[in-house]
Design a protein around this ligand. Sequence first.
Ligand SMILES: Cc1ncc(COP(=O)(O)O)c(C=O)c1O
Length: 364
Amino acid sequence: MTTHIRPQPGIMDIELYQGGASHVAGRTDAVKLSSNENPFGPSDKAKDAFAKCAHSMHRYPSTDHARLRQAIGEVHGLDPDRIICGVGSDEIIHFLCQAYVGARDEVVFTEHGFLMYRISTKAAGGTPIEVPERERTTDVDAILAACTKKTKLVFLANPNNPTGTMIGLAELERLATGLPKGALLVIDSAYAEYVEGYDGGAELATRLPNVFMTRTFSKIYGLGGLRVGWGYGDREVIDVLNRIRGPFNLSTAQLDTAEAAVRDQDWVNKCRDDNTRLRAWLAEALAEKGVPSDTSTANFILARFASEDEAAACDEYLKSEGIIVRRVAGYNLPNCLRITVGDEPSCRRVAHLIGVFKAGGAIA
Ligand SMILES: Cc1ncc(COP(=O)(O)O)c(C=O)c1O
């Protein structure tokens, strides 16, 4: 017996998202540098809050997320009524597509943009429009040239994953003000906390109704496994998204842990400082070994190899030594490996092994 029910158009064109690998066969000591996670994990205050939730699991969670939104609002100086929380920022991206994109609508993003933009666009029946970048950096003019009357959303990760590059606020504003009427610029600020002094586009989203910002607890807050993200924008947009949000989309554990995490900005500052120091060290160490990268503003480095074959061979060699990095061929970067900035021993180890590989001493 086979089923006769058929999915909506576009759904069977979706390629399944491949997460960063987390295991190497036969090894229990593998170091995972493939998913841009915080190597130091969450703050102790967040862990304590999570543990306390064990006593209230029989209770339904809050439906309006008021306490978490209040905490985010206080820390970032934003109006809590203009915030929506979701199961990772992935869910916010999904809500945006579900709410605003239908058949014949277009969603624009850059050539090396985050894979979820394409997936959520197709899930909503829309058409993804991929725009070239300039030397792995967002090209505002190319995005503006790609926009039409059919454009509903423009997704831009800034800093971008997997390139690690970013554009400045003046360029973001030029993009927002140049968009066709009826299109929304979504600034995906998953890595904003890694950039000292950058507000992730919050001020722009406060001032311009066609700008929306997404944020996550998965990166610097070290809570990728918990799944919490949020979005901030015009009240009308928030109202639209709340209508399609499940009332209990976040559990009490997610809400309380994220609240404790956002209130502990000392932990965020410590993690940013460590990342800045170790990222600079890693980039320089790799460059010395003949593996260049663009200046990264996030918690990973996009290491460029001479060819696709060399990147694949280096990936295999690292795996054989218990280090997992990320192939990014699916992002149109076949000659690159994305390497998350880990703790100091991991950075030293990955740099050492890449040095051995480049010197021809590796037998993968
Ligand atoms: C650019 C970008 N946006 C969004 C996300 C999704 O994050 P979340 O874990 O909040 O769903 C990621 C995760 O890798 C990302 O790199």
